[in-house]
Design a protein around this ligand. Structure first.
Ligand code: SF4
Ligand code: SF4
Length: 324
């Protein structure tokens, strides 16, 4: 079997007013992180390199994900284009300074193309992160970042960011069924994003498969995203070369080879809670989807609400939570 069954992505879209050129398929590296698949660094780096070779030039990560070393290794010696987006929960100038310094050091780059305030919820949370945003704006002036913005699961945050002149990029949650949107419908989010794009914001979406719930309808789910003119790119988590190949086909407008799509559609992922959970409740604080609850002395998962983001995994002192 030839190694590459994929279709090289040649398309580049403009992400917002600063003119950053990105492939419509963005590699969401959360899947490689210890919070999810936890691929060993060499394997993760090989996959990043493989994605670059297939024409993907856009990579999304976060301070939380622990994938900077993987990206550094995957990008080593690569002379083509590569756009890197990262994000941090920090709300103070000092905290954001440290986060950005860590991103630069661990990726080995002189500039992080896009740096976001992680998981904004509303005008109020954006205001609460004012110091961190002001720090990022200064970093943009110095050329350490090219664009600043927010990531969010909330329509209200998209609306707030639209009216904020400092913000260049919005990274919202969006999918065919609106799974995971915290304060409205898919249509509400679409309307807010359309207005944001008209206001000059660059938009790349996340969770096109609704945290795995739409895997059996992947083709339909991706075609929905590709039909939205205000999206410059969509971040998709990928764990192996087959997933890169199939997604490259979708984002190039061609059909994947027979059998491959079906093989991937059959995968089922879930959040597993190990038996040694002590029911301390610590992990509940890290889930913004309210997908965890305590029953007796154990934590349980509301599967219909879980986005399989894996964020709760890092908060458990007993290492009980894992996406499998
Ligand atoms: S933090 Fe860990 S031990 Fe505590 S309730 Fe959650 S899964 Fe159980
Ligand atoms: S329980 Fe919450 S934090 Fe954990 S994977 Fe699901 S959505 Fe993410």
């Amino acid at each position: 079997m030839p190694k590459n069954e994929g279709r090289r992505i040649e398309i580049r879209n403009t992400l917002g007013r600063l003119g950053i050129q990105v492939s419509p398929l963005c590699f969401g590296t959360l899947t490689l992180s210890p919070l999810q698949a936890g691929l060993p660094r060499p394997a993760g780096a090989r996959l990043i390199r493989y994605a670059l070779e297939q024409g993907i030039n856009f990579f999304d990560t976060a301070d939380l994900y622990g994938t900077y070393p993987c990206l550094r290794e995957g990008l080593r010696g690569w002379t083509g284009e590569a756009v890197l987006a990262s994000k941090s929960y920090d709300y103070t100038a000092k905290g954001m300074e440290k986060s950005l310094a860590r991103a630069l050091k661990e990726t080995g780059r002189e500039c992080i193309d896009i740096f976001l305030l992680h998981e904004q919820e509303s005008a109020l949370t954006l205001k609460g992160h004012g110091e961190a945003l002001a720090y990022l704006v200064k970093a943009r002036e110095k050329g350490i970042v090219r664009a600043v913005g927010i990531s969010t699961h909330h329509v209200a945050a998209v609306r707030a960011a639209s009216g904020c002149s400092e913000i260049d990029v919005i990274h919202p949650l969006l999918n065919l069924e609106g799974i995971g949107i915290r304060d409205g419908s898919r249509e509400d989010m679409e309307a807010a994003l359309k207005a944001a794009a008209a206001a000059g914001k660059g938009i790349y979406a996340m969770k096109p498969l609704g945290g795995g719930h739409l895997i059996p309808r992947a083709r339909e789910a991706f075609y929905y995203m590709l039909g939205l003119p205000f999206l410059a790119a969509v971040a998709v988590g990928m764990q192996d070369e087959r997933e890169v190949d199939v997604n490259c086909h979708y984002f190039s407008g061609t059909l994947p080879p027979a059998g491959l799509e079906e093989a991937l559609a059959g995968r089922k992922r879930r959040l597993m809670v190990h038996d040694w959970c002590e029911g301390c409740g610590e992990c509940l604080k890290s889930c913004r989807s309210e997908a965890l609850y305590l029953e007796g002395s154990r934590v349980r998962v509301r599967e219909e609400a879980c986005l399989l983001c894996g964020y709760c995994g890092g908060s458990c002192p007993q290492f009980c939570l894992k996406i499998v």
